[in-house]
Design a protein around this ligand. Structure first.
Ligand SMILES: CCCCCCCC/C=C\CC(=O)SCCNC(=O)CCNC(=O)[C@H](O)C(C)(C)COP(=O)(O)OP(=O)(O)OC[C@H]1O[C@@H](n2cnc3c(N)ncnc32)[C@H](O)[C@@H]1OP(=O)(O)O
Length: 292
């Protein structure tokens, strides 16, 4: 039921997003597909590798989210694909999470459009019929971590500079309930209480110990490990694995699906506050200044 609802919603989003792309005109529409998301099909039979390519830090802009969802939708509808590895084309960064500029200095209509795109991306990944393996080859805070947590399996590069976690409180943001649910489902209640309140970002050894990732491997083996893990998952017949996945994830996804419009309204109200706008601006400014 949740799966069907999620799909229906994404079909709707596909139509809406398709219209947006077409509105950009001939060249714009052509550039739109596979611009920020690179797909390498059949690295292993039946498996595609999706590489996030939204430099400099793979932040989740509206355009990136749109392209990513359409790309997954296409792979899901193409029955030759049974599994996808998600990884990054930006050295050292899996994804810097939600794009702060999408949440800063814009109007309520933009915030609504952006938040719906974030929700739809999460539902698409979380409820995917495909086996999704995250090959995490870089830092992945907040929204970047959410994408990895929503996959079926996570392989992280053993580089102590890479950090992973939901750091929203450090930005003065409240973690959305469905981000929280996804983390609790992965690392448990107590560990989430601490991680979320303190906005902790974990290095690989700690992420492994907490169960935030399933494997930590040398950096140059992240993708090959993800592909060999995939073989194990694909040994299970799709229909039984998909029904089992749906049984386990349905309640969490339904929670958002039921409250999707209220969640958008909450986001608009929260993000539009002067105090929140101010802290986001300060955070962005600090990111810029650390270079100097
Ligand atoms: C009731 C409901 C309420 C709901 C509230 C909202 C909930 C929101 C939920 C989720 C939140 C998020 O996902 S917020 C994003 C969190 N992400 C971060 O905190 C990461 C921030 N970035 C970094 O720490 C670093 O950039 C990095 C470690 C990822 C990379 O470091 P590096 O040194 O390699 O690069 P720079 O820092 O120099 O960055 C380059 C360039 O990119 C800009 N940048 C970085 N991150 C973002 C981002 N997330 N969004 C937009 N732009 C980003 C950075 O400012 C630099 O820009 P300039 O070159 O112009 O200076």
């Amino acid at each position: 039921m949740a799966l069907a609802a999620g799909r229906a919603m994404l079909m709707r989003s596909g139509v809406r997003l398709g219209t947006q792309a077409a509105a950009r005109g001939g060249n714009g529409a052509r550039r739109f597909m596979n611009h920020r998301v690179v797909v390498e099909p059949n690295t292993v039979p039946g498996v595609a590798v999706i590489k996030f390519k939204n430099p400099p830090v793979n932040s989740l802009t509206l355009e990136f989210l749109t392209e990513f969802v359409i790309c997954l939708e296409k792979l899901e509808n193409d029955k030759t694909f049974r599994g996808v590895v998600l990884t990054s084309d930006c050295p050292g960064i899996f994804s810097a999470g939600l794009d702060l500029r999408e949440m800063c200095g814009k109007n309520p209509a933009h915030y609504a459009e952006y938040w719906r795109a974030v929700q739809e991306m999460w539902l698409k990944v979380y409820l995917s019929n495909l086996v999704l393996v995250a090959a995490i080859n870089g830092t992945s805070p907040a929204g970047g971590c959410l994408i990895a947590l929503s996959c079926d399996y996570r392989v992280l590069a053993d580089n102590p500079r890479y950090r992973m976690g939901l750091n929203e409180t450090l930005l003065g943001l409240v973690v959305p309930f469905w981000f929280k649910d996804t983390l609790v489902n992965t690392i448990g209640h107590r560990a989430s209480e601490r991680a979320l309140q303190l906005g902790l970002l974990f290095p690989p050894a700690e992420a492994l110990q907490l169960g935030m990732v399933d494997q930590v491997v040398p950096e140059d083996q992240v993708q090959s490990t993800a592909l060999s893990v995939m073989t194990q998952w694909l040994a299970i017949p799709d229909h039984v694995r998909q029904l089992t996945k749906n049984m386990i994830r349905k309640a969490t996804a339904d929670h958002l699906i039921k409250h999707q419009e209220a969640d958008i309204q909450n986001f608009i109200n929260f993000i539009s506050r002067d105090s929140i706008q101010k802290s986001l601006q300060v955070y962005l400014e600090n990111l810029k200044q650390k270079k100097h």
